[in-house]
Design a protein around this ligand. Structure first.
Ligand SMILES: C[S@@+](CC[C@H](N)C(=O)[O-])C[C@H]1O[C@@H](n2cnc3c(N)ncnc32)[C@H](O)[C@@H]1O
Length: 278
């Protein structure tokens, strides 16, 4: 369960802004690396939230999806969104659980996906990420041999260098980044979990969030509530960020500053790892 975000409360605003960015690539990767048609595959959406990725995969033709999340509030939203798929059996199960462990028998799934979840798993920041290691070992255990594990994440380099809003206060970004493994740390985690990373890619653009380019967004509590990043901000940092935005706006320089500090179009904000289970 996340240390710094209350997802039962966040569930009320989450879908106002968030998209299943990269779900099309994910569907293609699952089909290619499992070597079977999507309709024959069962995918675990681990940390499914409000079910945006599960819905997208079902729309692309995945046969069955199981939902797992620690937050009853997020799961309630998912159940409403996916009511038809639950009724038709395309959603096989909806499970409330805190990872690790992953409460399913060995080899239950063809694919397991973690979308923007792993930075919430370790409740104490640690360069070793012990709970993420345990969770990935569990993901390997519940995935069939020949299956895949997919991870989407925002890398520390993305947070510190490529997104305009996270450059408003670098101390806050450094604190958030302690929960985000780097590429090198992910490589060690994959090795510990005995899975083999076969693709690493960035998805260009900013469609992770509908109001990504709302330059006054950080002034608005509802806007801040759709990203856990803001929950780590101290009052002083928040005041500093608000002052910076207000000053830039009053000088007519806010948009230029933000665009000058944003590389979402050329570097992307979302990184995807595709791992095979031998
Ligand atoms: C940023 S949201 C991502 C939701 C969804 N995957 C998406 O991309 O839209 C993170 C989700 O992970 C869930 N979560 C956090 N820690 C968890 C844990 N230890 N076990 C299960 N779910 C967890 C939260 O409840 C939340 O729904």
């Amino acid at each position: 369960m996340s240390k710094y975000e209350d997802y039962n409360s966040a569930s009320r605003n989450y879908d106002n802004q968030r998209f299943a960015m990269g779900s099309d690539v994910m569907a293609a990767m699952i089909q290619f690396h499992c070597g079977k048609p999507l309709k024959d595959l069962h995918v675990l959406d681990a940390g499914c939230g409000t079910g945006n990725y599960a819905k997208a995969l079902i729309d692309y033709g995945v046969g069955q999806v199981t939902l797992l999340d620690a937050s009853p509030g997020m799961l309630e939203k998912a159940k409403v969104k996916l009511a038809d798929a639950i009724e038709s059996g395309k959603i096989k199960e909806v499970v409330e659980a805190t990872m690790p462990p992953i409460p399913f028998p060995d080899a239950s799934f063809d694919a397991v996906m973690f979308n923007l979840v792993l930075h919430h798993i370790d409740t104490e920041s640690s360069t070793e990420f012990p709970s993420v290691t345990h969770t990935l070992k569990e993901a390997r255990r519940v995935t069939v041999s020949g299956g895949v594990i997919l991870i989407t994440t925002c890398l520390p380099t993305t947070i510190s260098g490529d997104m305009w809003m996270t450059q408003l206060n670098m101390e806050l970004s450094a604190r958030f980044n302690r929960y985000n493994p780097s590429v090198e740390q992910f490589e060690k985690l994959f090795m510990a979990a005995n899975i083999s990373c076969v693709q690493k890619m960035n998805i260009l653009g900013s469609s992770i969030s509908k109001e990504y380019f709302n330059f006054e967004g950080p002034l608005d509590e509802a806007w801040r509530k759709t990203s856990s990043y803001w929950q780590l901000a101290t009052e002083t940092e928040l005041e500093d960020i608000k002052r910076k935005i207000t000053e830039l706006k009053s000088k007519g320089e806010l948009e230029k500053w933000a665009r000058d500090h944003d590389n979402s179009d050329t570097a992307g904000v979302l990184t995807m790892f595709v791992c095979e289970c031998k």
